[in-house]
Write a protein that binds this ligand. Structure first.
Ligand SMILES: Nc1ncnc2c1ncn2[C@@H]1O[C@H](COP(=O)(O)OP(=O)(O)OP(=O)(O)O)[C@@H](O)[C@H]1O
Ligand SMILES: [Mg+2]
Length: 625
């Protein structure tokens, strides 16, 4: 078998180009990445050996060995982990895995300075080796395989794979250091880097020098150590390693559960959204250990999907070591751990929400939309999640809870009003809010797609109906407004409605036919002449748009055209009713107001030509002859 030359996947070349030429200051992170990979590989080997002990080849002393060689100017990082086959070498080191590296590329801006800082933030995994090495050799033998393979590259777009000799299983990475990077051959430097970034790695990291091996880290699982002994940086570095993320943890939860069965949890809530937060699989990413042996990071059912942003480990004393994924899912212990973990996390969040609302606001902006999925799908925790839920509202920037909202409802108000939209800015522009604003009635902004679903499923909170301002009646009349005038105004809505407004409505109904479900006056408008609302029981306007965007529906619900009887245009039109030769004009106006209401709520018109024809006609009529 000869040497085969291959090209890197395009993304890898782009990445390598940035990394290889980077003037990134903290190049030392390359060692953190390589040690993290070696530790993951040993974790996977330890687990494999549980079911296939023969593959461990009687070598269960997992360790990572660093060997600097000043003559050869090489630094070797060697592990006796699971190793890689020829295909895996090509797959894993020739293409971008779904990892922090992938989101590094997604976040590239093209601005070299900004992109440079991203390297530290995303860690770029194995490829960070090219920040310090002019050539990288990887010699790997997969556990259970007799053949070993050598992967070599200088990071300039291509790599070669050829057969190699390797006594044990595992992976040996030889870094041929660039000129000027000799510092990484200095034992004190390597010691410092390991202490800084890899102290938490649960297996020995050995520095080999002149035949002597020095252990550089404590090599015990961080979560087994007493909390008092662990420094915040150690928790942070562990979070980086276990989460494949590089931000600060927003919350660190380290606990030991005793009783019927025992387990330790070291959980983190990120301070930024992980790149796979909205991955359709909605998988949790906690790592499950059994008595310090890594089992899986795909422990389905360990946490509900609405807590999938959690990172960290759960180490069970009682689960059977050779537990398979399938067995796991049906294991009552796992279900118990799950409910206890959920309770602990919710309790911490409640505490944060109460003690430091600003801090909680950051969390909520990141993960509120995910947590609200739980309101919809997890009845057991619905009430707890509703209590945690926060919303922006017409009352101002600050987040508001349902409790606070209900606490400041207006006299006569018996519903929790909300308006849906793609963003606060878009929802705030909704004409349907005018009447509510005028009366000082607070309206919540529902700007996450999930809001349409949980609000429909929940229906009411503590006896107060959740009511969309774009569906059904506005019911503003019975609410006492902020100012006397406002309430007085609303009271005599009908009193002041122009005489012929009902006749105008009849003409509009005739003109619009089945383009609308109904035409009526409303008190939800103050500045706009008209708007469209969904009838009670029909799909709400924003939800219909979402479903249409995702091609979940094509048939559109008929809407109700609401007219603002106090708007000058409506008054003038009503005054025209009954006058000779105005019917056709009024029918044109019906369509103009209908299309205008559609535009106002961000909808596209079926017949824009007709709209412009009618508009220019109306404008022409308005101009002095
Ligand atoms: N020492 C090793 N032993 C076995 N497999 C390895 C080793 N180093 C890397 N790999 C394989 O190469 C893949 C890519 O490594 P890389 O560090 O770039 O990404 P990652 O570790 O998956 O994620 P991250 O970007 O968070 O580091 C790994 O997922 C793993 O499959
Ligand atoms: Mg990695």
């Amino acid at each position: 078998m000869t040497t085969e030359k291959r090209s890197f996947q395009a993304e890898v070349s782009r990445l390598l180009d940035i990394v290889a030429h980077s003037l990134y200051s903290e190049k030392e992170i390359f060692l953190r990445e390589l040690v993290s990979n070696a530790s993951d590989a040993c974790d996977r080997m330890r687990y494999l050996a549980l079911t296939k002990p023969e593959l461990a080849e009687a070598d269960a002393e997992y360790r990572v060995v660093l060997t600097p060689d000043k003559q050869k100017k090489t630094l070797v990082v060697d592990d006796n982990g699971i190793g890689m086959t020829r295909e895996e070498l090509a797959e894993n080191l020739g293409t971008i895995a779904r990892s922090g590296t992938a989101s590094f590329l997604q976040n590239l801006t093209g601005d070299a300075k900004k992109d440079l800082s991203l390297i530290g933030q995303f860690g770029v995994g194995f490829y960070s080796a090219f920040m310090v090495a002019r050539e990288v050799e990887v010699i790997s033998r997969r556990a259970g395989e007799s053949e070993a393979w050598r992967w070599v590259s200088d990071g300039r777009g291509e790599y070669t794979i050829s057969p190699a000799e390797k006594a044990g299983r595992g992976t040996t990475i030889i870094l041929h250091l660039k000129e000027g990077e000799e510092e990484f051959l200095e034992p004190h430097r390597l010691r410092h880097i390991v202490k800084t970034y890899s102290e938490h790695i649960p297996l020995p990291i050995l520095l080999k020098e002149g035949g002597k091996e020095e252990k550089l880290n404590e090599a015990s699982a961080l979560w087994t150590r007493p909390k008092a002994e662990i420094k915040p940086e150690q928790y942070k570095e562990f979070y980086h390693h276990v989460g494949h993320v590089f931000d600060e943890p927003w919350l660190t939860l380290h606990f030991r559960a005793e009783g019927v069965f025992e387990y330790t949890g070291l959980l983190f809530i990120p301070s930024t959204k992980p790149f796979d937060l909205y991955d359709p699989q909605r998988k949790g990413r906690l790592k499950l250990y059994v008595r310090r042996v890594f089992i899986t990071d795909d422990a389905e059912g360990l946490v509900p999907a609405w807590l999938r942003f959690l990172r960290g480990v759960v180490d069970s004393e009682d689960l059977p070591l050779n537990v398979s994924r399938e067995m796991l899912q049906s294991n009552p212990m796992l279900a118990k751990m799950r409910s206890q973990i959920v309770k602990r996390v919710l309790a911490e969040l409640e505490k944060k929400a109460k003690d430091s609302p600003e801090e909680f606001e950051k969390f909520w902006d990141n993960f509120g939309a995910v947590l609200k999925e739980g309101i919809y799908e997890d009845l057991d925790h619905r009430d707890a999640l509703l209590a945690l839920a926060r919303f922006r509202s017409t009352a101002g920037e600050k987040l508001v809870s349902l409790e606070e909202y209900v606490g400041r409802m207006k006299p006569g108000q018996d519903a929790i009003f909300y308006v849906t939209g793609d963003s606060v800015a878009q929802a705030a522009r909704s004409p349907h809010l005018e009447g509510f604003r005028a009366k000082g009635v607070e309206v919540l902004y529902f700007t996450d797609p999930v809001d349409e679903f949980w609000s429909g499923a929940v229906g009411e909170w503590k006896g107060k109906k959740l009511k969309s301002v774009t569906r059904g009646g506005a019911d503003l009349a019975k609410i006492e407004g902020e100012s006397k005038e406002a309430s007085a105004d609303a009271e005599d809505k009908d009193a002041k409605a122009p005489a012929n407004v009902q006749s105008l409505i009849a003409i509009f109904k005739l003109a619009l036919g089945d383009a609308v479900k109904d035409v009526r006056t409303t008190d939800r408008l103050t500045d706009s002449p008209a708007c469209l609302v969904a009838d009670e029981g029909d799909v709400d306007i924003h939800l219909e748009r979402l479903l249409r965007q995702h091609r979940h529906i094509d048939k559109l619900a008929k809407r109700i055209l609401e007219l603002n009887p106090k708007h000058a245009l409506i008054e003038r039109l009503a005054a025209l009713v009954g006058k000779d030769g105005t019917t056709e004009q009024l029918q044109e106006m019906a369509w103009l107001l209908f299309d205008q209401a559609k535009i106002l709520q961000g909808e596209t018109l079926e017949d824009p030509a007709a709209f412009t024809r009618r508009l220019s006609g109306a404008l022409a009529r308005g101009l002095p002859t």
